[in-house]
Design a protein around this ligand. Structure first.
Ligand SMILES: [Zn+2]
Length: 76
């Protein structure tokens, strides 16, 4: 599957926190649609690198799975 990480504001400003989404399709017009996107205009603008990973991919420090894209990964 393809994943894209989105930088989000963390409670601790010294730390970088990233939410990992599942990418849907190819980026178009600098937008990457996500599994949790609401409509055609929703997504990440100019996303970072897309990564192709396996289903048992383990996230690095400061990363967490998007609760909407990966409900099955919550609580793990
Ligand atoms: Zn998501």
């Amino acid at each position: 599957m393809w994943i894209v990480s989105e930088r989000v504001r963390s409670a601790d400003l010294r730390k970088e926190e990233r939410v990992v989404h599942q990418a849907v399709g190819r980026p178009e017009h600098d937008y990457q649609r996500l599994s949790c996107s609401d409509g055609p205009d929703d997504g990440i603008h100019v996303p970072g690198q897309r990564l192709c990973v396996r289903g048992d991919h383990v996230l690095g420090e400061g990363q967490r799975w998007c609760t909407d894209c990966f409900p099955e990964k919550q609580g793990t």
